[in-house]
Ligand binder design. Structure first.
Ligand code: FES
Ligand code: FES
Length: 162
C-alpha cells in the first residue's frame, strides 16, 4: 500500500496538486512541480537558497515538510514579479550588481521581502541580520545589502507595501 497522499498547495496564487510521501520536503515538491526557481543548496537549513514565503514569512523549504504547507500561501521568487513587471527588489539586485552566478538570488530576495514587510526602513545592520541566513559565494554581500537598501527606499518613496 502506498503511503503517498495527494496534497493541494497554493503556489503564487494558483492551486497545484502533488502526491507525496510524509517525508517529502516542500523544496522537493516545488521543484517536482516545475518551480525550479526555488534553488536547492545544502538541503539542511544552512544556505537559504531554498527560501520561499509561507503566509508571508520566509522559510527554508528544505526544512519544511510539503504537507505542512497545505492551506498556506506559498510564494516563490516568481510570485513577486517577472521580467515584464519586476519587483523593486528584483530590479535593485539586477541593476546594482547584487547578482553574479544568481544561485543565491531567489532566496536572498525572498528573505529581503520578508524582512522589509516587517521593517520598511532597515539600517544596514538590520539588513545584515535579516539576510544572515542566506549565503552567497560570489558577491561579497556588499552589493546585495546595497540593493536591499535601494529597493527599500524605492518602496518607501512609492508608499507601497514591500
Ligand atoms: S537548501 Fe535549504 S537552507 Fe540550503
Ligand atoms: S551570486 Fe553566486 S552565490 Fe550569490
Amino acid at each position: 500500500m502506498s503511503r503517498e497522499k495527494m496534497i493541494r498547495l497554493r503556489i503564487n496564487g494558483r492551486t497545484e496538486q502533488i502526491s507525496v510521501p510524509p517525508h517529502r520536503t516542500l523544496l522537493e515538491a516545488l521543484r517536482a512541480l516545475g518551480h525550479v526557481e526555488v534553488k536547492s543548496g545544502c538541503e539542511k537549513g544552512d544556505c537559504g537558497a531554498c527560501a520561499v514565503l509561507c503566509d508571508g514569512v520566509a522559510v527554508d523549504s528544505c526544512l519544511t515538510l510539503a504537507w505542512l504547507a497545505e492551506g498556506r500561501e506559498v510564494t516563490t521568487i516568481s510570485g513577486l514579479g517577472d521580467g515584464d513587471t519586476p519587483h523593486p527588489l528584483q530590479q535593485a539586485f539586477s541593476g546594482g550588481g547584487g547578482i553574479q552566478c544568481g544561485y543565491c538570488t531567489p532566496g536572498m530576495i525572498i528573505a529581503a521581502k520578508s524582512m522589509l514587510d516587517d521593517n520598511p526602513d532597515p539600517s544596514e545592520e538590520d539588513i545584515r541580520i535579516g539576510l544572515s541566513g542566506n549565503l552567497c559565494r560570489c558577491t561579497g554581500y556588499t552589493k546585495i545589502f546595497e540593493a536591499v537598501s535601494a529597493a527599500a527606499a524605492v518602496l518607501r518613496s512609492k508608499g507601497e507595501s514591500p
